[in-house]
Design a protein around this ligand. Structure first.
Ligand SMILES: C[S@@+](CC[C@H](N)C(=O)[O-])C[C@H]1O[C@@H](n2cnc3c(N)ncnc32)[C@H](O)[C@@H]1O
Length: 273
């Protein structure tokens, strides 16, 4: 077995390649994090040198290896009803605004970077509550680049930590106990479409149209300003006029692009097209 440790130059080449593919920027200091995952893949595939593995990664026609590597590199931390005050603002202030002009139409909401599904299912629960008896229907799209987390989202069975912030009555109404976990009920699941989507892939992003609200929370923190701006402009095109975009509490759109209006609500500050 050869030496699998990545040199600075190798780390740099790999980080640049991952950036081009995903928009995720691994800065110096992340060498150990990246190297551990690459070394594991090289060992599994019996590669003894980085050069050969890197060629395999880039030129494998199916693209399966980059998918596997990216699956191991993304940070997928999430839970139901994350950033509660922002969701309260969505439920009580934004949804009424959006539905006011919708008539009997259909509300389209996107959880971009949905990880294991807690965010799109949270949004579906909120919309079930808010739109009951209004005649307005909705769909929630949950997308992620990582195929492992999407499989978990499809299973929709969660542990105590994931549901710790779910209000007690919603837990009873929208989940069923399954062994040690909580299974999301079909009444919620049937409103959520889950699929793989790379936010850095312009042509796929061009197909995302007609959304009234986009949640992209705690995703762009892993991008650099250049890829953040690209994604922000694509989100702009994906939104209907007057549509809203929700970022994580530590993330700012104004710093990236002036294209969105800043709207101050009681519970949160949100960007609008
Ligand atoms: C920390 S999780 C955030 C989950 C959820 N939005 C929340 O706030 O709880 C970030 C997710 O973004 C996804 N992600 C990272 N880069 C992506 C890209 N280029 N395209 C799509 N998803 C990406 C990761 O796979 C991960 O599941």
């Amino acid at each position: 077995m050869g030496d699998l440790t990545l040199s600075q130059a190798e780390f740099h080449r790999l980080a640049e390649y991952i950036y081009l593919k995903t928009g995720i920027r691994f800065e110096p200091g992340k060498e150990y994090y990246v190297a551990k995952r690459v070394e594991k893949r090289m060992r599994e595939l019996d590669f003894t040198g980085f050069g050969r593995y890197f060629n395999y990664l880039r030129f494998q026609p199916s693209g399966a290896e980059i998918e596997l590597l990216v699956n191991s590199l993304t940070v997928n931390e999430t839970y139901f009803f994350r950033e509660y005050s922002q969701l309260k603002c969505f439920a009580e202030e934004v949804v009424p605004l959006l539905t006011r002009d919708l008539g009997g139409g259909r509300l389209k909401v996107w959880s971009a970077g949905c990880s294991t599904g807690e965010e799109p299912y949270t949004l579906a629960i909120i919309l079930l509550e808010m739109l009951a008896d209004t005649g307005i229907t909705f769909e929630v799209h949950g997308t992620d680049i990582n195929t492992n987390v999407l499989r978990a989202a499809e299973r929709a069975c969660y542990g105590d930590r994931a549901v710790k912030d779910v209000p007690e009555d919603y837990l009873r109404k929208y989940f069923r106990r399954e062994g040690d976990g909580y299974l999301v009920l079909p009444v919620v699941k049937k409103n959520v479409r889950l699929y793989r989507l790379n936010l850095n892939d312009g042509s796929t992003m061009d197909g995302m149209r007609g959304f009234h609200a986009i949640f992209c929370r705690n995703v762009l923190i892993y991008f650099d300003d250049c890829s953040r701006r690209e994604v922000a402009l694509r989100f702009y095109r994906s939104l209907e006029p007057g549509g809203f975009i929700f970022l994580g509490h530590s993330e700012s759109m104004s710093r990236i692009t002036p294209i969105f209006k800043l709207r101050r609500f009681k519970e949160a500050i949100i960007y609008q097209k």
